[in-house]
Design a protein around this ligand. Structure first.
Ligand code: UD1
Length: 359
C-alpha cells in the first residue's frame, strides 16, 4: 500500500528567516515522501523587508500567509498563534520547522507543540545570556520545547548540552544563511560596482540602540566623527528610520531605505568595515573577512569574535578611534575557518529530516 506523504510546516516571519530559507526549502521540496508547507506569519510585511527577498532570491510563494503585522509583543505573538492554530486545524503536520529567534519562531513552536506536532529548531542553542533582549527569550523558550536542534556553531552545541539536551537530538549542520551567501557570492562580487572605495556600512535596529532617539543620534554622531574621512552608508530598518532626524544627519552619512539581499551583500563585500548590532551580519562579514564592529555588550555568536572579524563595543563607543586606527593600519584580525560553514547546511538538514526524523 502506498504510504501517505509526511507533512512539514516551515515557519518564516522576518527578513533574516527568508535568507536562511532560500536553499533549505529547495532541498526539502526535493524529498519525495514529504510535502512541505511554507507558512509566512506576516511579521515583516513591507516591500523592502519582505517581498523583495522572495522576488530577488526566487523563493516560492508561501502556502499560507498570516497577516500578523506590527504591534507590541503581546499582539504579535497572539495574532501569529491564533492564526497558526487555524491552519493546524485543517492541515496538521508531522513536523514544524522553526528558524532563528524572532517572535514568530516561539509563537509557532509553542502552538505546534501544544498540538502534538514535533518541533525542530534551526539555529538552536545560541545564547547571549542577556534576557533584556527579546530574541534571547525567544531562543531559550523555543529550545526548551524543541524535539530536534540544528546548530550552526560549536558554542551552541555546548550550550544545549549544558542545558541537558540529549546528544542524539542535536545536529551540528552548519549555517543555512552561509549556504545562501555562497550560492550568490559570485553574483554580488562580480556585478559591476559603482561603489566608492572607502566607505563604512552601518546597520542598527536593536531596540536597545534605536528606541531612544537621543541615544541613537548620539551614536550616529560618534560614528560619523570617528570615521569623518569615510563615507558612511546607512540602510536603515523602518524601526530606526522613523527615529532619525533626517535634516540634522551628519554630512558623511548617507541614509537610505533597507536594501535587497544582493545589493546589501555587494555593499558589505566592498566596504572597509561594517558597524552593526545584528548577529547575522557579524556572521556574514566574518565569513567574508570584512572587519566588523558590533555595538552590543554581548553576542550569542562568540565564534564571530574568536574565529571571525567581529569586535564588540558597548554603546559609549569609547574605543572607536582605536579600532579605526587598527583598520587604517591594516591590523584587523583575519577570519579563521568556521566548521561546516561550507554551503551544505540545508542539504544536511534535509537529509536528517528524511532519514532520521521522519523515517
Ligand atoms: C525583528 C526581530 C529581530 C530581527 C529583525 C530583523 C523580534 C522580536 N525581532 O525585529 O530579532 O533581527 O526582525 O529585521 O522578532 N516594520 C515595518 N515594516 C515591516 C516590519 C516592521 O515598517 O515589514 C516596523 C514597524 O514600525 C514595527 C517595527 O518595524 O513596529 C519593528 O518590527 P518588528 O517585526 O516588531 O521587529 P524588528 O525590529 O523588525
Amino acid at each position: 500500500m502506498k504510504q501517505a506523504k509526511k507533512k512539514i510546516h516551515i515557519i518564516v516571519g522576518a527578513r533574516p528567516n527568508f535568507i536562511k530559507l532560500f536553499n533549505l526549502i529547495k532541498c526539502l521540496d526535493k524529498i519525495k515522501n514529504i510535502r512541505v508547507f511554507l507558512i509566512h506569519t506576516g511579521q515583516h510585511y513591507s516591500l523592502d523587508l519582505n517581498k523583495i527577498f522572495f522576488n530577488e532570491l526566487k523563493i516560492r510563494k508561501p502556502d499560507f500567509q498570516i497577516k500578523s503585522g506590527s504591534g507590541n509583543h503581546a499582539e504579535q505573538h497572539a495574532k501569529v498563534m491564533i492564526n497558526y492554530q487555524k491552519i493546524i486545524n485543517n492541515h496538521k503536520a508531522d513536523l514544524c520547522l522553526v528558524i532563528g529567534d524572532v517572535n514568530s519562531t516561539i509563537s509557532c513552536a509553542l502552538i505546534a507543540k501544544k498540538n502534538n506536532i514535533k518541533v525542530a529548531h534551526i539555529e538552536s542553542g545560541l545564547r547571549s545570556f542577556d534576557n533584556s533582549m527579546p530574541e534571547e527569550i525567544n531562543r531559550v523558550l523555543t529550545d526548551s520545547i524543541s524535539d530536534y536542534h540544528f546548530v550552526t556553531l560549536k558554542s551552541a552545541y555546548k550550550n544545549l548540552i549544558n542545558e541537558g539536551v540529549k546528544k542524539n537530538k542535536i545536529f551540528f549542520v552548519g549555517n543555512t544563511m552561509i549556504d545562501t551567501l555562497m550560492y550568490y557570492k559570485d553574483h554580488f562580487v562580480k556585478s559591476s560596482s559603482n561603489l566608492k572605495k572607502k566607505y563604512v556600512l552601518i546597520t542598527l535596529h536593536r531596540p536597545s540602540n534605536v528606541d531612544n532617539i537621543k541615544k541613537l543620534n548620539l551614536l550616529l554622531k560618534k560614528i560619523s566623527m570617528a570615521f569623518q574621512d569615510f563615507e558612511i552608508i546607512f540602510p536603515a530598518h523602518p524601526r530606526t528610520f522613523k527615529q532619525i532626524n533626517k535634516k540634522r544627519m551628519d554630512e558623511n552619512i548617507t541614509l537610505i531605505k533597507p536594501m535587497s539581499y544582493l545589493k546589501f551583500m555587494k555593499c558589505m563585500f566592498y566596504s572597509s568595515c561594517v558597524i552593526t548590532d545584528s548577529g547575522g551580519i557579524s556572521e556574514e562579514s566574518s565569513f567574508l573577512n570584512i572587519p566588523c564592529i558590533t555595538i552590543r555588550a554581548n553576542t550569542e555568536r562568540p565564534e564571530t569574535i574568536n574565529l571571525g572579524t567581529n569586535v564588540l563595543i558597548d554603546n559609549n563607543l569609547g574605543n572607536l578611534n582605536i579600532l579605526k586606527k587598527r583598520l587604517i593600519n591594516k591590523k584587523w584580525k583575519k577570519t579563521k575557518k568556521f566548521s561546516k560553514w561550507d554551503g551544505q547546511a540545508s542539504k544536511r538538514i534535509a537529509n536528517i529530516i528524511e532519514n532520521k526524523i521522519l523515517l
